[in-house]
Write a protein that binds this ligand. Sequence first.
Ligand code: PLP
Length: 372
Amino acid sequence: MIYLDYQATTPLAPEVAEAMRPWIEERFANPHSPSRWGREADAAVEVARNQVLKAIGVSGGSVAFTGSATEAINWALKGTAEKAPPGRNRIITVATEHAAVLDTCEWLTDHGIDLTILPVKPDGLLDLDDLERELDERVLMVAVMLVNNEIGVIQSVTEIARTAHQVGALMLCDAVQGFGRIDLPLDADLIAISAHKIHGPKGIGALWMRDGAEPAPLLHGGGQERQMRSGTLSPALCVGFGEAAQLAQKRATRDYDHVQKLWAAAVHALGPGWVINGSISHRYRGNLNLRRDGVDGARMMADLRDIAFSLGSACASGSGRPSHVLRALGLSYSQSRSSIRLGFGRYTTQKELVDACQRIAAVAKAQERLDA
Ligand code: PLP
């Protein structure tokens, strides 16, 4: 199997598995219990929290662990809406956001929120003039992702946050695909991240909150996570997240350079005839989303069962619906169907990537001949 689906999830780093092992096999204490074992587990959770905070690149604010980035995003949006001052009931977001943002915002429209979804330009980037035109004193929050999970384009979140702040709105950034890979927009007020996209375990995410921008509590109960998100934390998952974050920080330049080389090798191996979806200049290059006239992505996937790649996005793939992101770029239904997403990173070798791309190109040519 050649794994080219790094935007869906990433392989667990061996260092992470090693760090987690004692907390799975032996050290089972509840980190919220006052026993000596409990205090040791709590200390390990706090080390992990600091590792995550350091990898985000901030000294202030706080990190609360959640079960996923989806949970962190739901919390940020719903909890902020719950605390909204009178008169501030608008949320502005973008058509290419992840479903965790779009569906939560839609849900909020039944709970008093007035929602504006901005379009993107054909390269997938938000036009800041469009945002400025929409901003007014009624805007509670602007939610824009850093790196798009389907097409890899990087939005100017720092500028977007500064613009939002001019009218007193808060900024939520879904940084799931950018965390551990590129610098985070530290002007945001709330940042959602996930461990399994950075070679950490599944089942844990986090919400970073600027002091004073904390949403209303999410889960009520034992009062964990500073009374905001009750529930027993898993030391194993927290330690795994912390280790993955620290590793990503340490290896940032090496991983980044590796991905740049892989991108160039993949583009070369695919050969001519492909169009890259989304901006090439404002892009995380571990994502190669591209299309070719006459190609049927689903048929290609059936022909290449030993290569794990994606059609549009992992979430949209099973649904049979064309990707909402590719539609937002203005692609037709048939252009969306002829698009595939290759995602690669730390553990992808150039040889396997080139091999996969050459086979993808060969299948594309065979499909063209068959249909001619
Ligand atoms: N946001 C983006 C951009 C993502 O790519 C994903 C995962 O696919 C999520 C949010 C949700 O993350 P999680 O799997 O931790 O819920």
